[in-house]
Design a protein around this ligand. Structure first.
Ligand SMILES: [Zn+2]
Length: 127
């Protein structure tokens, strides 16, 4: 009985994570839509005095856009795991990642011990 209860609450927590991922995804998509709108209004009001600051701003926007695109890929990857019921499985050892860790880092693909083993330069992008 206890096991079933634990599984049910974990399932509910995973559903909550899935919901927040879907929300994040739509936020990014909405933001990027606004970003495009902003870019088109910028080109309409182009003024030589503002050119430099506009360039800085748009560089910042593009960086944000790149980061968002990266996040979208990771979110989609996580969501596709929900579809196959493999979300939360560690890609290193195949064990379930602690749900508390998943709540804090929904895009984590490794459990804490595998993460500590795999010190890599790209780690900070994912974690
Ligand atoms: Zn692991």
């Amino acid at each position: 009985m206890k096991n079933t209860e634990t599984q049910d609450s974990t399932h509910a927590e995973l559903e909550a994570i899935k919901h927040s991922l879907l929300l994040q995804k739509s936020e990014i998509l909405n933001k990027n839509f606004e970003f495009k709108e902003q870019q088109s209004s910028l080109s309409k009001n182009s003024d030589e005095a503002d050119a430099v600051s506009q360039e800085l701003e748009s560089n910042l926007s593009i960086q944000l856009h790149e980061r968002d695109r990266h996040s979208l890929v990771l979110i989609d990857k996580a969501l596709s795991k929900f579809a196959t019921n493999s979300y939360g499985e560690c890609e290193g050892c195949g064990d379930m990642i602690d749900v508390r860790r998943l709540k804090a880092r929904p895009l984590a693909t490794l459990c804490i011990s595998c993460m500590e083993e795999q010190e890599s330069p790209t780690r900070n992008l994912i974690q």
